[in-house]
Design a protein around this ligand. Structure first.
Ligand SMILES: Nc1ncnc2c1ncn2[C@@H]1O[C@H](COP(=O)(O)OP(=O)(O)OP(=O)(O)O)[C@@H](O)[C@H]1O
Length: 356
């Protein structure tokens, strides 16, 4: 089912959060609202659930206007960060609850709840109370409870943020598999860019009540439109562009920056105030002199060994540049104070100004 927001206005205490916001979430997609705290992602999700009504504008499920339809009549499954399970009922009773509330016969409700609990790997724990489960297990119960009612849409409000590293990765995979199996339109709220990139069909990047870019993860990462999107999704180095010069003989764009001439294959237009967004993982650290076009000299200020990668902060004429290199076993690690040259990638993308 396609979901749309049409000309939404919403203010809190006289402060406008959304002004004429339009957004379409295509049917069957895993669609992520990604942005920093306070940008309005939860408010949009709550509008879909029916907990919040816009001051004006419409929320549509398919072609049906649901703006005034209450929560319990919207037919959506919701998973919150804190699960919100009934603590005094068993896992099975928690999952069967929604079915019984919509008058599914008891035996059928139990059968469907058990099948769903098997699907999330909890069949051995159906008699336990939620208080006797781990955080990850509780989120599995919450997913089972949301999906067992065969909702029209699944809403996920930072469901993984209370969990730690490995478990998060395991659960995000399970959630994505369940979503693909059910083919259900899913709206996922997160401020974690890696989670958004790993799970989504499409990501809407939000900044202060506005959707600044929508696209598949690869497009958002490789072709951010604004400095905000480039920096929020994947921590780009942002370098001011003073002027565009004539391309080199291979047709690669040449951009004048305060630290010399850099290259870019970006198809985005250059305009005053534009920045060059360069991913740290695409920069090579080399020893070379003299420095050529497309390179930046610098001095290593900070080194972070991270196991599979090494992060360097390198001071240059355009300020500190973050670089991430693979830490292969025999690769030479450089040290603080080393003078180096940065080979800047042609994949650097031109973005509109204003960082986070
Ligand atoms: N019930 C409310 N009353 C007043 N202001 C509110 C209310 N709900 C949200 N806001 C404000 O609206 C803005 C957006 O809130 P929202 O919860 O949607 O942000 P968010 O992007 O989900 O952030 P977070 O990641 O911190 O949850 C915030 O500035 C918040 O303070």
């Amino acid at each position: 089912m396609q979901v749309s927001f049409e000309s939404i206005d919403l203010s809190y205490g006289g402060q406008a959060l959304f002004r004429q916001l339009d957004l379409v979430i295509p049917s069957g997609q895993f669609f992520t609202l990604l942005g920093p705290s306070g940008c309005g992602k939860t408010a949009l999700l709550r509008m879909l659930a029916g907990f919040v009504r816009p001051d004006s504008g419409r929320v549509l499920f398919g072609s049906e206007n649901v703006t005034a339809v209450p929560v319990h009549r919207r037919g959506v499954g919701i998973v919150f960060q804190d699960c919100a399970l009934f603590p005094d009922r068993s896992v099975l009773a928690n999952v069967a609850y929604g079915l019984l509330a919509s008058n599914v016969p008891r035996a059928e409700a139990a059968e469907r709840a058990v099948a769903m609990l098997e699907r999330v790997g909890l069949e051995a724990l159906i008699d336990r109370a939620p208080t006797a489960l781990s955080g990850g297990q509780r989120q599995r119960v919450a997913m089972a409870r949301a999906l067992v009612i065969e909702p029209k849409m699944l809403l996920l409000d930072e469901p993984l943020s209370a969990l730690d590293g490995k478990l998060r990765v395991e659960l995000r995979r399970m959630i994505r598999e369940l979503q693909i199996e059910a083919g259900i339109t899913t709206v996922f709220v997160t401020h974690d860019q890696e989670e958004a990139l790993a799970m989504s069909d499409q990501i809407a990047v939000m900044d202060r009540g506005q959707v600044v870019q929508i696209g598949p993860p690869h497009d958002i990462y490789t072709k951010p439109r604004t400095a905000f999107a480039a920096d929020f999704v994947g921590n780009a180095n942002l370098i001011p562009i003073l002027q565009e010069l004539s391309p080199n003989s291979a047709g690669v764009r040449r951009l004048k920056t305060p630290a010399g001439i850099l290259f870019s294959n970006s198809d985005a237009p250059w305009m005053s105030g534009a920045l060059l967004a360069v991913r740290g993982a695409e920069i090579s650290v080399v020893d070379r002199s003299p420095v050529r076009e497309g390179e930046l000299p610098g001095v290593i200020e900070h080194v972070e060994y991270r196991g599979s990668t090494v992060g360097y902060t390198i001071q240059t004429a355009v300020g500190p540049i973050q670089v991430e290199t693979w830490a292969r076993q025999h690769a030479r690690m450089r040290g603080r104070g080393d003078a180096v040259v940065l080979e800047m990638p042609r994949t650097a993308h031109i973005v509109e100004g204003r960082a986070c």
